[in-house]
Design a protein. Sequence first.
Length: 443
Amino acid sequence: MIFESLAERLQNTFKKLKGKGKLDEKDVDEAMREVRVALLEADVNYKVVKDFVKKVKERAIGAEVLGSLTPGQQVIKIVNDELTELMGGTQSKITISSKPPTVVMLVGLQGAGKTTTVGKLGNQLRKQGRRPLLVAADVYRPAAIKQLKVLGEQLNIPVFSLGDKTNPVDIAKAAVEHAKSYGNDMVLIDTAGRLHINEELMEELKNIKESVKPHEILFVMDATTGQDAVNVAKTFDEQLGIDGVIITKLDGDTRGGAALSVKAVTGKPIKFVGMGEKLDALEPFFPDRMASRILGMGDVLSLIEKAQSTLDANKARELQQKIKSQDYNLEDFLEQMRQVRKMGPLDQILGMLPGMGNLKQLKDVQVDEKEMLHIEAIIQSMTPEERRNPSIIKDSRKKRIAKGSGTKVSDVNKLLKQFDQTKKMMKQMMGMEKMLKKRKGGG
Ligand code: GDP
């Protein structure tokens, strides 16, 4: 899970503070020492850590005690504010030119995820009603052009290529002209990378920049390479000038140091994060939401947005009704499993719930395709009464169901446990949705 170790350490530190009625300087010092170690272990740039801890400490010690918060909660709030600030404060979107096409150039080292991200970004923009053109200007990595063409075909988005014998500057120029004639309002240029920064690469990128004057140059960086990636970002910014950062492979990054340092080190905001290999696994980056995820306060807003964009609205409403009326049964569970699986890996989804960030036991809720078939078979082997009222499923029924579905009694038990946990979780989510609505002043 993203930021797993950092989240766990910070949450443990704050658990100790939460209960205290009064905090003296020693308590704050002790907590800040732990925060410092946690951030350094997460591979955050040491200078960034130093400034961060200093700021939090100053604010914590000088802070007026707010009536509604305990001193411990107040420290957590300050850390939350400062983490948000560290990652850029507010969401930073890409600039859309008033005179189309908007030209966006993706740059970065080889393997960072540029080509994949060009596809993901195109996919996202098209969903917003735009008409992107993907441009294959990576003539250096042998398979890059083919890869982009395959992505374009999968997504049904046009790809502009002149093969690998043409100069990338000419490709980029021709692509912008092509977009003008064909009404593409976004031009996304996939540029070449290298294993390391070198002069030839920088020259090539500068020349493309000079000739097509992109509205945005986005640096694509692999989160799992930590501080190295941050240093590369800095060099790209100094030599080429970047407008923002896309962090890829955040799904595989348990530390988070790159994401936490890059804004402070380069001054350039993170605009998107890649959360998986699939073409819909690109998310806009919200510093405040990410901060509360790290602190285990969940990211209910992202979760609800995700649910709204992937789930079938009618089915979701039906389910909601059922949960409210306590009617929720195993058939609904099956339907819901199918729906939720469309949202993405379950551990990512659970990580967005407050307090669920590091609930290890929820890992056994994880299901793969094969288990899904088991679950279907087990539920189908039940009588309608059993599905409606699973509490009547005792030993002899379990044996019969296991036999009928070609599974084991332990599988039936596991499913029943998942059902219970899901039911609880759904109640919790509904409670939160109500709370959010209230906060917004709605119904
Ligand atoms: P390029 O050389 O910069 O164009 O890199 P590619 O686009 O070919 O990506 C390199 C590898 O990283 C590929 O295997 C991608 O599937 C993978 N990748 C890219 N973005 C992500 C991401 O957000 N998460 C994960 N898990 N893998 C990613």
